[in-house]
Design a binder for this molecule. Structure first.
Ligand code: PHE
Length: 451
């Protein structure tokens, strides 16, 4: 056993690992980004493709990261170097840049959530849901709450108290489930509910045929974003698990929680938006905030429920943000010998600065978000999948079989699934994403720059 193996701690329990992974996965991706993407990409057609990506791509990709991580018991950079050879450490370095970029704007959006939590004390958002969102989402308010959120993350990561995550997730996930189910039941009674369900649940082939060029990359990006894949988080978490643990079972469980919560969020958002006469695509990044504020304004004890909801939602964003920051910090500590407090301050400070421009205008959210989710995360996963499926499947198969037993043909099926169909779909999606991003840069973004 290598020296750093002895020094490395493991998850005290299997539940601890699953909770941490769920804590990373469940966050803004489920409750903010998911309804926002569904709305923007035409409803059920997007949902269908998204679910397809979760199962066909998300699960195999998660198993790829789990096997790389558990095999090496190292951070993503070290683990990839171990798996593929020296050159792969640059891919690990790319992952650190992706985490850095994601965290920079994640903190801005999480700042909105925290702002709504405080707003729940006074009921500030109940009067004019749309106006309130537009007011707090940009400008000095947004910058202030971006700073508040980032400071909270820095303190937690610097103190190294991630163990509290298990506790936070144990409270946050059940609370979110209960509140979302309750809100979905209320939303079902609204006059627009029928039309909303049709929009959300029955895919329109016409929409799919017409818009697949934007639906496919959006769905792929959302799948990776929500499952925390494509930048080494799951490599890191798996590096702490025991050899006898069944990685496939754990993956299915984590994905189940994550997907369930996202779908629930849609059952809340769309009926409320339809009832209020707001087109589901109109509010863009504000969809869930405007829907929730509208809903809480109409129901008994709405303000109190809002308080509970935004508290649980803030916790969800916090546990994901900690995972994003922690990968970069632990890399700086492991590979460059930095001291924890200093590393966290420098990295967290840098993330804050990079995120600050996002508070200028909502178009900046897209500028960061499309690049991160649809292009960078997908690229990250494609690279890992090439390594594991084409270059050296043996190690991953060997690792996955620990804790499961003989994989038989299922193992080969996994590798072949990744090798051809999954990679093909992802490469097409990546190409479309790049085209879409260029269109965004030369269209809405250029317009914004031009004033
Ligand atoms: N999965 C997290 C969420 O849904 C965000 C995240 C993305 C975390 C990528 C880590 C890596 O909020």
């Amino acid at each position: 056993m290598a020296l750093d193996d002895i020094a490395r701690e493991s998850w005290a329990t299997r539940v601890g690992f699953i909770l941490a992974a769920v804590g990373s996965a469940v966050g803004l991706g489920n409750i903010w980004r998911f309804p926002f993407q569904v709305g923007q990409e035409g409803g059920a057609a997007f949902l269908l493709i998204y679910l397809f990506f979760i199962l066909l791509v998300g699960l195999p990709a998660m198993l790829v990261e789990f096997s790389i991580g558990r095999r090496a018991h190292l951070n993503p950079v070290g683990a990839l170097r171990e798996y593929g050879g020296d050159a792969w450490k640059y891919v690990g370095a790319l992952f650190m840049c992706i985490a850095f970029l994601i965290m920079s704007y994640y903190s801005v959006v999480a700042g909105w959530v925290v702002r709504y939590f405080f707003g729940s004390f006074t009921g500030a958002y109940l009067e004019d849901p749309e106006g309130y969102f537009l007011e707090i989402a940009v400008g000095i308010d947004a910058l202030l709450f971006h700073a508040i959120f980032m400071v909270a993350v820095i303190v937690i990561v610097a103190l190294g108290v991630q163990r509290g995550i298990e506790l936070a997730v144990k409270g946050m996930v059940p609370a979110l489930i209960v509140l979302l189910v309750g809100l979905a039941v209320y939303a079902a009674t609204l006059p627009g509910a029928g039309a909303a369900y049709a929009y959300y649940l029955s895919p329109d082939v016409g929409v799919l045929a017409e818009d697949w060029r934007s639906i496919v990359p959006a769905a792929a990006g959302q799948a990776f974003f929500t499952l925390s894949l494509g930048m080494g988080i799951m490599i890191t978490y798996a590096s702490y698990i025991a050899e006898d643990q069944n990685l496939a079972e754990d993956g299915v469980m984590i994905i189940g929680f994550d997907t369930g919560l996202a779908i629930l969020a849609g059952f809340v958002a769309f009926p409320i938006l339809f009832a209020a006469g707001i087109g589901p695509a109109d509010p863009g990044a504000g969809a869930i905030f405007i829907a929730l504020a509208g809903g809480f304004g109409e129901i008994a004890f709405g303000q109190l429920l809002g308080l509970a909801f935004f508290f649980a939602f803030s916790l969800g964003a916090l546990t994901s943000a900690i995972s994003l920051t922690e990968v970069v910090v632990s890399y700086a500590i492991d590979e460059h010998g930095l001291e924890r407090t200093r590393a966290t301050l420098a990295i967290g400070g840098g993330m804050f600065l990079l995120g600050a421009p996002v508070t200028i205008d909502l178009v900046m959210v897209d500028l960061y978000d499309i690049l991160a989710a649809e292009i960078l995360l997908v690229t990250g996963s494609v690279l890992m999948m090439i390594l594991v499926s084409w270059i050296d499947p043996g190690k991953a198969l060997d690792e996955l079989s620990k804790g499961i037993g003989d994989l038989g043909t299922l193992g080969d099926a996994w590798i072949w699934l990744v090798r051809v169909p999954v990679l093909l779909v992802l490469l097409v999606s990546l190409g479309l994403a790049v085209v879409g991003y260029v269109e965004f840069l030369t269209g809405p973004f250029a317009e914004f720059l031009g004033g």
